[in-house]
Design a protein around this ligand. Structure first.
Ligand code: SIN
Length: 490
């Protein structure tokens, strides 16, 4: 095991079902690889549909006792887990960097972001209020209560190995729903470390279950989850294509499905923007996690009057980013997750260059080899290029030039996706106009970072359904029940 941690017992190589650490029923195992070196850093069970079914049964058994705990007690469990996760920040960050490649400083930030969902939902558990409706007849009283939906499942991505799990699990558990989690094949070690901390924090058996899988066996697990009538809610973060396939599979059991899918964020800089603030925002929105987030700026639109200044300052700022293994000091751009991601980035840059884009910076694989790619600024980007329509998921910043506000709104909305957008302007009327016209679920106005445990995260169009985070996140795991009382004497 290449990982050196203060608490080495956080690295486990078995799945977690019904409070027990277990192997796959097939006995097969799966290697976990560090994307910076291509070397194995451990292995986990390659679980299948039958193992997912064991997890679902364990969660179903835990449901009754968990849902009947007072909300404050469920909240206290989350709070204790939050403290355990926070205390283990350095070790969790080291695991995240080792299996997903992001710079250590970002991995530490991710642990704090992930833990903030436990803290937020520890409190939110107690605010699952219902309603009292003014009655339509004098002898009636009408109430609405919220109840946990039942067993929930989460299928999570590799780009935020801790945060995407805790964003789902914290809300489900707060609402009273035990959960089965299938982490991404690339990043199971973080998920299992979180389970170790949950167990230490005293979470009852079966309330959290982690089934690890390979790319191939993930399909069987997804199918078992979708087709199970016991699972009443599924929350998925990943590609639009996979989200559509899961929705189809889940339709037969009429479960609630929340989808956080692909994005194609526009990042608009108007002539009246504070250009230095826009450069700092673009750096954050584009290069976080080496450009591998669903909310990363995918298309930078810069108005003609500020274009030259922005390109000069932005290119200088990007030139200051250090590329290297995430664990190295001062690195802010790590490797891409795997060969497939690398090949996609190479293909998108080649296509843009062939269609006339100029590389102001980068545009080539990095000298480190492997899946490292140079931070790249492309000017002369055009809507005909593939990167105008596909999620880049890499450190490539294509800059499109525009003249007018209506023109850029048309360009920004000319995509199937609608997750996030960003824009910079100091004109308050324009801020409202543009925010209301952009077709997406989240908008950063004069900021390049918008994610927070207290706010709703999610998209429109092909970017998904439902919301995570904030008070809205709890609703994904609740049923609304209407109680109508008759024969009430006034
Ligand atoms: C994502 O890329 O899916 C999540 C990013 C975030 O939570 O900020």
């Amino acid at each position: 095991m290449a990982l050196t941690l203060t608490d080495s017992s956080l690295v486990v190589s078995r799945g977690f079902i019904g409070g027990a650490w277990c192997e796959a029923s097939s006995g097969r195992r799966l290697d976990v690889v560090d994307p910076a070196t291509g070397r194995s850093i451990g292995s986990v069970p390659e679980m299948e549909g039958a193992d997912a079914e064991r997890g679902i049964s364990a969660a179903a058994e835990a449901f009754g006792p968990w849902r009947t705990l007072p909300a404050a007690t469920r909240g206290q469990h989350l709070r204790t887990w939050f403290e355990a996760v926070t205390a283990a920040t350095d070790d969790l960050a080291a695991i995240i960097t080792a299996e997903c490649g992001k710079p250590l400083v970002e991995a530490r930030g991710e642990v704090s972001y992930a833990a903030s969902f436990l803290e937020w939902y520890a409190g939110e558990a107690q605010r699952a209020y219902g309603d009292v409706i003014p009655p339509v007849h004098a002898d009636k009283r009408m109430l609405v209560i919220r109840q946990p939906i039942g067993v929930a499942a989460a299928i999570t991505p590799w780009n935020f190995p801790a945060a995407m799990i805790l964003r789902k699990v914290a809300a489900a558990l707060a609402a009273g729903c035990p959960m089965v989690v299938k982490p991404a094949p690339q990043t199971p070690l973080t998920a299992l470390a979180l389970a170790v901390l949950a167990e230490r924090a005293g979470l009852p058996p079966g309330v959290l279950n982690v089934v690890t899988a390979s790319v191939d066996s993930s399909r069987a697990i997804g199918q078992a989850i979708c087709e199970s009538p016991t699972v009443r809610a599924l929350s998925f973060t990943g590609s639009t294509q996979a989200g559509i396939a899961l929705s189809r599979q889940a339709a037969g059991t009429v479960k609630k499905v929340s989808l956080e899918l692909g994005g194609n964020a526009s990042f608009i800089v108007f002539d009246d923007a504070d250009v230095d603030a826009a450069v700092a925002g673009a750096l954050a929105a584009k290069f976080r996690n080496t450009g591998q987030t669903c909310v990363c700026a995918n298309r930078l639109f810069v108005q003609a009057g500020i274009h030259a200044t922005f390109v000069k300052k932005f290119t200088a700022a990007v030139a200051g980013l250090k590329v290297g293994p995430g664990a190295d000091e001062g690195v802010s751009v790590g490797p891409l997750i795997d060969d497939r991601a690398y090949a996609k980035v190479v293909g998108l840059v080649d296509d843009a260059k062939n269609l006339g884009a100029q590389a102001k910076l980068g545009g080539e694989p990095a000298s480190l080899g492997g899946t490292f790619f140079q931070p790249t600024v492309l000017t002369g980007a055009q809507p005909t290029m593939r990167l105008a329509h596909e999620e880049i998921f890499g450190p490539i910043a294509p800059i499109f030039r525009f003249e007018t506000e209506p023109e850029v709104i048309g360009l920004a909305n000319a995509t199937d996706f609608g997750l996030a957008s960003y824009f910079y302007s100091r004109d308050i009327s324009r801020c409202f106009r543009v925010a209301e016209a952009l077709e997406c679920g989240m908008i950063g106005i004069n900021t390049g970072l918008l994610s927070s445990a207290v706010a709703p995260f999610g998209g429109v169009k092909f970017s998904g359904l439902g919301r995570e985070g904030g008070r809205y996140g709890l609703e994904e795991y609740q049923e609304i029940k209407y109680l109508c009382f008759g024969e009430i004497d006034s």
